[in-house]
Design a protein around this ligand. Sequence first.
Ligand code: PXP
Length: 238
Amino acid sequence: MKRLGVNIDHVATIRNARGEAHPCPISVAKFIKKKGINSVTIHLREDRRHIKDIDAKKICSIKGLKVNLEISTKNKMIINAIKIKPNFVCIVPENRKEITTEGGLDLKNNKKKIKIIIDKFKKLNIRTSLFINPTLKNILLSKELGSDCIEIHTGTFSNLVKSNKVYFKEFLKIKKCSKLAKLIGIEVHAGHGLDYKSTKLLSKIPEIEEFNIGHFIIGESIFYGLSKVIKNFRKIIN
Ligand code: PXP
């Protein structure tokens, strides 16, 4: 069974638009926990534009809920993450000016730093994942750095699918990378920009074990509600 992780950052975006308490990401995390999701993903950005430290702490204290915390490689963020105590961490690149995470990590030029981060979390029994672009080199580097998992940045693929362009080459890249990762003992996740169609296509890759999907789920829920949208995704991925 493939797993569904739901990113609830944009519940906080809506809440923050008014600076008040509604809609509350903690209540949403509790609500979707009962809807058959496998984990909740939150990205504690350096600028705290959506999820805040207090949200992250409270979400991580919900009993029986697995939480995947996305953080940048900045020292301050690692220290915060250790305090927040998530079940999983996903290390992502971060650029203040970007609207969303635009690409994967530059593993080659940050090997030492990322290895130290992975080792820290491993000692705490926190599952580690690296958000990477789909290249074979990145997979081999992820192995060398000792990461438990990789999350393939599916932004390019998703955009091609959405704009009805030819996506086969990008699909093959993701497939090849997934195969290699599985072969060398790294768990494969996928995320970014996914909607029903792109998720359905990627679900055909047996090595992908987890999808992390946010913006589309929150947006589509305006029309159909979280329960229905999550149910649809659960059906699609398996
Ligand atoms: N996975 C990672 C590592 C991400 O950084 C994001 C976006 O924060 C997502 C998944 C979810 O992307 P989207 O909101 O486009 O579904």
